[in-house]
Design a protein around this ligand. Sequence first.
Ligand code: GLY
Length: 398
Amino acid sequence: MTRSGEENTVMHLSREDQEWLDGTLDQIVKKMEAVRERNAEKIPAVAVKGVYDDRADQSIEWDMDNGINWWTNGFWGGIMWQLYHYTGDQRYMEIARISEEKMDRCFSMYYGLHHDVGFMWLPTAAADWRLTKNPESRKRALLAASLLAGRFNPAGKFIRAWNDNVPGQTESNRGWAIIDCLFNIPLLYWASEEIDDPRFKEIAMLHADTVAENFIRKDGSVRHIVEFDPVTGEMVRELGGQGYAEGTSWTRGQTWAIYGFAISFRHTKKESYLEAAKKAADRFLSRIPADWHIPVDFDQPEDPHIEDSTAAAVAAGGFLELSRMIPDRAEAYRNAGIRLLKTLAADRCDFSPEIDGILSRCTGSYHGEKDREVNFVYADYYFIEALLKLKGCDVKIW
Ligand code: GLY
C-alpha cells in the first residue's frame, strides 16, 4: 500500500534495470529540488533555452493558448504530487497548491475553457484530494467534471473538444472530437466513483465507444480529429490535426489511444477498450524506428526529421499499464516500455539542476512553427510517471 492508499504492482526487474531505474529517479529528484524553487510561483509549460515560461498570466478571457487556460497547466502540479508521493517532501505539496489555486481563475473564464479540464484538474485538484483530503480540491475537481460532462453531444455521443472562439479558428468546430480526450474522461470516471453518481461514467463510456468506433483505423493507426454532424451525430470526416496530414499517424495521438483506452478499461472492465488499446499498441510497436526515437508522425517525410519525445514518454506509460492487463503480451509491452524510457534517459535527458526541463526534442505539432523540438512540462510529467509506474509507486492520476 502506498501513501495514496492505493495498491500498486511492483514490476519484476533485472538487477541492472533496477539500478538504472533507481539511479534515474535519484537524478530527477536532485534536479527537481532546484527546478521547483526557481519555478515555484509559475505554471510552466515550455522551457526556452533551459528557462520555463509561465502560463499563470491571463489577460484575454477567450485565449486558451497562452495563459491560464492552457491545456498543460495541470502537469507542473502533477510532477509535484508524483514527487511528493515518492519522496514525502512537503515542499512539493506546497508548490503544487500554488498552481492549483491560481487555476481557479479558469472557472470564471468560461469562453476559454475546453475539454482539457481532465488534463488540468486530475493531476492537480483530484490528486490533492486523493493524497491529502483537501476539501477545496474535491470541489474544484467535481466542478471541472461537471463542465466536461456539459460538453457531451447526445446525438453523436461524443465530447466536444473546443469552442468556436479559439483564436485562429475559421470554421465551426461544434462537431469536433479529438483522440486526446481519452485523458480527460478519467475525470468523469473519478467523479462517478467519488460521489457515486453514474451519469459521469455513462458519458465517459459513450464517448469512449464513439472513439473506439470512429478513430481507430483498420490497421490500428489513429485519427487525431473526427468531425461529426452536431445535429444528426453522423461522422463527417477526419482532419489531420497535429500530425503530418489526413490519413497519417500522429504519434502522440497514437499514444493517447494506447494509454487512454487502457485507462478506460481499468475503470470499466469493458473488453472493447482493451482491444482498442492493444490494436493501437501493436501498430505503434510495428512502426518504432530502429533507434527508438519517436518521430512526430510515423508517416512524415524523412526530411526534416522532427521528433516528439513526449510521444515516447506517454507510450512508455501506456505499454507498462497494458503489460498488466494482457498476460500474453505482458513481456513484449513491458520490454517496450522499458526500452522507450532507457532510450529517452540515455539520449534525450538533461539531468543538470541548472536547466529547467528534462526531456528534449518535444514537438507540439508537425506543421507548428513554434514548439518544435523544445522541452514540455507534460513530457517530463509522463516520463516521471512512467518511471514511478515501473518502480510500483506512481500516484494513479488518471
Ligand atoms: N492534447 C493536445 C496535444 O497532445 O498536443
